[in-house]
Write a protein that binds this ligand. Structure first.
Ligand SMILES: [Zn+2]
Ligand SMILES: [Zn+2]
Length: 112
């Protein structure tokens, strides 16, 4: 069980990322970011092998996609919001809604 009540964007990076280690991570497409998908700074994330990556909401509630060109390696440099022209746009609203409502439901398990 997590002993923290901080949100991911209030956390400091706890993986070995050269760009963020020990610091907050407010930008997801930093070119030298090597954060793990399990980094403390990573929001609730939907792993989506069907599309070769993962989806998550940033701290403004915008859906982002990061690809995983190799298992366990995340291409943060090219992480991008799912926006007009994105191949996942057609499913973005459904996924964003699912992540958002899941996140709200899970808030109740945090310590206050
Ligand atoms: Zn990083
Ligand atoms: Zn990290």
């Amino acid at each position: 069980m997590y002993s923290t009540f901080l949100r991911p964007y209030e956390q400091d990076c706890d993986c070995r990322c050269p760009a963020h280690r020990g610091q907050p991570r407010l930008t997801y497409n930093d070119s030298n970011c090597h954060c793990l998908i399990t980094c403390a700074t990573q929001p609730l994330t939907l792993l989506a092998p069907e599309v070769g990556g993962a989806l998550f909401l940033n701290f403004h509630g915008t859906l982002w996609f990061v690809s995983a060109p190799e298992p366990g390696h995340w291409d943060w440099r090219h992480a991008t919001p799912v926006d007009v022209g994105h191949r996942l746009l057609a499913t973005a609203i459904a996924i964003a809604d699912a992540l958002h409502s899941s996140s709200i439901e899970l808030q109740r398990f945090r310590h206050h």
